[in-house]
Design a protein around this ligand. Structure first.
Ligand SMILES: C[S@@+](CC[C@H](N)C(=O)[O-])C[C@H]1O[C@@H](n2cnc3c(N)ncnc32)[C@H](O)[C@@H]1O
Length: 210
């Protein structure tokens, strides 16, 4: 699939893809400010992670449009990157425990560093397989890894969405031109209740329930 020009900064960090386990791109630390819904958190980013130059526009839409997280319980940021979603959730719900998972080791290190710098000790940063299989979530928030391809994306979603507590919601942001509507149809076909919660700047926020 050819990648539209404006998306290349999100997939390349001087070589390789943002979802590699150990990015080959030479480290070039920089920082962005997570400024949304009253937050103003400086976050460190680096080459080889998703949207290293600026807070991703889809992530911004998700954080602005999805409902605030439940005050307590286990929350999941699926595909945390350098941590903007996980840290926003952890700031808004200091009594909740936020699981920030990713396959990219550099992204995990950045999320750890960013949580520590922000003084947020309610964030657990780890690889997906390190989360106990019987853990259930009160909410899931994700800017999911569309670029891994449809089959891999579906596998990832089917491994996490069933772990929502009954009645609780997952909030996914997807660009319309990257298949938000077909993803919504596929999720509905898998038996989930799917609702388009918001549509803004070419992004859709989907609410998904079991
Ligand atoms: C679109 S990026 C979003 C990153 C970050 N949440 C943000 O908003 O900037 C998706 C993330 O999912 C991660 N990812 C890819 N495959 C994954 C998998 N199987 N399990 C968990 N995360 C994965 C990628 O490494 C990437 O960091």
């Amino acid at each position: 699939m050819s990648i539209p020009k404006k998306d290349r900064s999100q997939t390349r960090g001087g070589g390789g893809q943002y979802f590699e386990a150990t990015p080959q791109a030479q480290s070039r630390p920089r920082s962005v400010v997570l400024a949304v819904r009253g937050l103003s958190l400086p976050l460190q980013t680096d080459s080889g992670v998703f949207s290293a130059e600026r807070l991703d526009a889809g992530t911004r839409v998700l954080l602005a449009e999805a409902p605030p997280p439940p005050a307590q319980g286990e929350l999941l940021d699926l595909g945390c990157g350098y941590g903007p979603i996980a840290l926003a959730l952890a700031s808004w719900a200091p009594k909740a425990r936020v699981w920030a998972v990713d396959v990219n080791e550099r992204a995990l290190e950045l999320t750890r560093l960013n949580a520590e710098k922000a003084g947020l000790n309610n964030v657990i940063v780890c690889r997906p397989e390190e989360v106990a299989a019987d853990l259930r979530f009160a909410a899931i928030y994700s800017n999911p890894p569309i670029r891994v391809g449809k089959a891999a994306l579906h596998e990832v979603l089917l491994s996490w969405l069933p772990r929502l507590d009954e009645g609780d919601g997952a909030y996914l942001v997807v660009q319309s031109h990257l298949g938000s509507d077909s993803l919504a149809r596929w999720l509905a076909g898998e038996g989930f209740r799917v609702r388009r919660l918001a549509s803004k700047n070419a992004y859709r926020v989907l609410e998904v329930r079991k």
